[in-house]
Each structure stands twice: as structure tokens, then as C-alpha cells.
Design a protein around this ligand. Structure first.
Ligand SMILES: C[S@@+](CC[C@H](N)C(=O)[O-])C[C@H]1O[C@@H](n2cnc3c(N)ncnc32)[C@H](O)[C@@H]1O
Length: 327
């Protein structure tokens, strides 16, 4: 694959907890490719916009595994979905060499997939504010579009960006009358960072102003109210964010908490859709399967990794191991 390119070099180095994000994303995309898109006729076109695309493949040194990242999962979905129309990838990095490498990686993995010509691919490289404005020019809101918003930190995904996508409403008429459609979104909200920043007063608390799209005093007083009702800070943040999405979509998003291998809670993934059937399939069919996988595969391996790390820490403390890092 990819001629002289060293394939491992063109992968995102990730922690084992990200495996959960990608398995959950695949479960969601499978609803489109395996259920909606299984029919050959009269299915709508489908566009996927992955706005934090990175390399498209991941490697995990903790577990030694490699797997598809969001961009390649999206590409596979559009290959399978018989009316897949556009794959929009935005891969940006402040370090221009790193960004060029991410783009080379993406092109290399996409080439290996043999994507059918009906799927147009756009590869962009802009900071999210400009990237969203550019991508939105190509959207026809009357047709389904899925948006993957998966930043590194909460301030990289300002609420105004999320709202811009959410408010891109399409209106059309069927025999039954007027129908409105909004983009579906897969959002990664870094709740652990927000939780930490919420108690700060040195400027770091501004991360919540940006991510939640409200002034400091407003989210502080809402956090206080919700904590008085018995929620912890993380739950209160999820509640504030989820209700902002529900106000636009008319129904609460599906929220999945993602733990790290040490048991700490790292982020919350929100799945936002107005579509009754999609919502139903995700809740009734896909989520139970996801939790089964989580219990039998992910949690078992995470436990082993935690155990191994503990052992290494103990051995190091006792002076039994040395590594190059010690010199
Ligand atoms: C968590 S990674 C994305 C992982 C990817 N979605 C996957 O599943 O394989 C976040 C990405 O956002 C990019 N990034 C950082 N700052 C950004 C910004 N302001 N706008 C857009 N992308 C940004 C980083 O280069 C990085 O590739």
C-alpha cells in the first residue's frame, strides 16, 4: 500500500480509549450504509463532512492495534451507501509540515479504498471557523448530511460553529406535506477538560464560554443550579450542552460517556439527529450491541493495560527497570 510511504508514519498516535469513539462512530455510520442505503432505488444522496479529519488511520502503542479513524470510516460508509455523493475532509494543523503529512496520509488511505467515482472527495485544510463556512457552501440541506466534529480540545469547537451547522435547515414537500431536515452531527465534547476549567479563575474558564456559547456568569449560575439538583459538574455540563442541541433539534441527543483505561471519564459523544428511524435504530439496536462489545472486548483489554501499567510503575519505583528516557 502507498509505494515507498512508511504507512505507520501516516497514522494518528492515539490512546486506547479512542477505540470506543471509533466503534461507536462505525455503529452509527452502519445505520446509513447497511440499513438506509441497502435499497438500490429511491434513496437520498448522502454527504459526510469530517471537519477534524487528521490522518484517517490510528495506531495505539498501548494496545499495539491499528484501526480506521473517522475519515476512513466515513469513506467506507459512502462506498457502501449506494447513493453516497460527497466526502468532505478538513484536516488542519497549526504546524504546516504536520498538516501536509496528514493530507498525504489521507490521500494514501483513500487511494487504497478504490472509492467509486459517484463520491466526490474534497480535501480542505483550514481552521474550523473558515473550514465550516467553506464546507457549508456545498451543502444542499434538503438532502442528508452527516457532520463529524472531533477536536482535540473544547475551545477548538466553538458553540457558534455547531449552531451554524445545526441551523442549516432544508425544507421540502412530500405527499404528506412540509418536511424540514437538519444535518446530523457526531460531536466529541471534551468534558474532562471543561470540568477542570470550570473551577478556574485564571482565564482557563473561558474554554466553557467558547464551547458552551454563553458568558461565564451564565454557565456558572446554571452549573450551580444543576449541582444543587444533585448532578456532578460533568453531568451538569452534558445537560447544558445537550439541552442547547435539543432546543434546535426538538429532541435530546444520544450522549455516550467515554472512559479512559484508568476509569476516568474523558469525553462525551453527542449524536444529534431529527430522524425518528435513525434515533430508534441507534437506541434499540446499535447501543445494546455497542455496550456488549464494550463489556466483553474493550473493558477486558483496558483492565489488562491498566494492570500492565501498574506493574511497570511498581517495577520502576523499585529500580528494577531502566529505559532510554532515564538517560
Ligand atoms: C482528535 S483529532 C481528530 C481525529 C480524527 N477525527 C479521527 O477520528 O481519526 C483532532 C484534529 O484536529 C486538528 N485541529 C487542531 N486545531 C484545529 C482547528 N482549529 N481547526 C480544525 N482542526 C484542528 C488536529 O490537527 C487534529 O488532527
Amino acid at each position: 500500500m502507498g509505494g515507498s510511504l512508511d504507512s505507520k508514519e501516516f497514522m494518528d498516535e492515539v490512546k486506547y480509549h479512542s477505540r470506543q469513539k471509533h466503534v461507536f462512530l462505525k455503529a452509527y455510520l452502519d445505520i446509513w450504509s447497511e440499513q438506509v442505503g441497502r435499497k438500490k432505488k429511491n434513496i437520498p444522496t448522502l454527504d459526510i463532512y469530517d471537519m477534524f479529519a487528521s490522518y484517517g488511520r490510528c495506531k495505539c502503542s498501548e494496545s499495539g492495534e491499528e484501526w480506521d479513524g473517522s475519515a476512513i470510516l466515513a469513506a467506507r460508509c459512502l462506498c457502501k451507501y449506494s447513493n453516497g455523493r460527497r466526502l468532505w475532509l478538513n484536516s488542519f494543523n497549526e504546524d504546516s509540515d504536520e498538516m501536509a503529512k496528514q493530507h498525504r496520509g489521507l490521500n494514501m488511505w483513500l487511494d487504497a479504498l478504490e472509492i467509486p467515482p459517484r463520491v466526490k472527495i474534497n480535501l480542505d485544510g483550514k481552521p474550523i471557523g473558515d473550514a465550516i463556512d467553506n464546507a457549508l457552501k456545498y451543502v444542499d440541506p434538503k438532502y442528508p448530511s452527516l457532520w463529524i466534529l472531533d477536536p482535540w480540545s473544547p475551545s477548538q469547537l466553538p458553540w457558534e460553529v455547531v449552531e451554524k451547522v445545526a441551523r442549516t435547515e432544508g425544507v421540502f414537500y412530500t405527499k404528506k406535506g412540509k418536511v424540514t431536515r437538519r444535518p446530523e452531527m457526531f460531536i466529541n465534547l471534551m468534558t474532562s477538560v471543561l470540568q477542570r476549567c470550570s473551577g478556574m479563575t485564571d482565564g482557563q474558564e473561558k474554554a466553557l464560554d467558547i464551547a458552551l456559547g454563553m458568558p461565564t456568569e451564565e454557565w456558572r449560575s446554571r452549573l450551580d443550579e444543576l449541582r444543587e439538583d444533585g448532578l456532578n459538574t460533568r453531568e451538569a455540563i452534558v445537560e447544558i450542552y445537550g439541552s442547547k442541541l435539543a432546543n434546535i433539534y426538538g429532541k435530546p441527543p444520544i450522549a455516550l460517556t467515554v472512559p479512559g483505561t484508568e476509569g476516568n471519564l474523558v469525553y462525551t459523544i453527542f449524536l444529534v439527529t431529527e430522524n425518528e428511524a435513525g434515533y430508534y435504530v441507534m437506541r434499540i439496536k446499535k447501543l445494546p450491541k455497542y455496550f456488549e462489545w464494550h463489556q466483553h472486548e474493550w473493558a477486558t483489554k483496558a483492565k489488562r493495560l491498566k494492570h500492565k501499567r501498574k506493574g511497570k510503575r511498581r517495577a520502576k519505583k523499585a529500580g528494577l527497570t531502566t529505559s532510554l528516557d532515564d538517560y
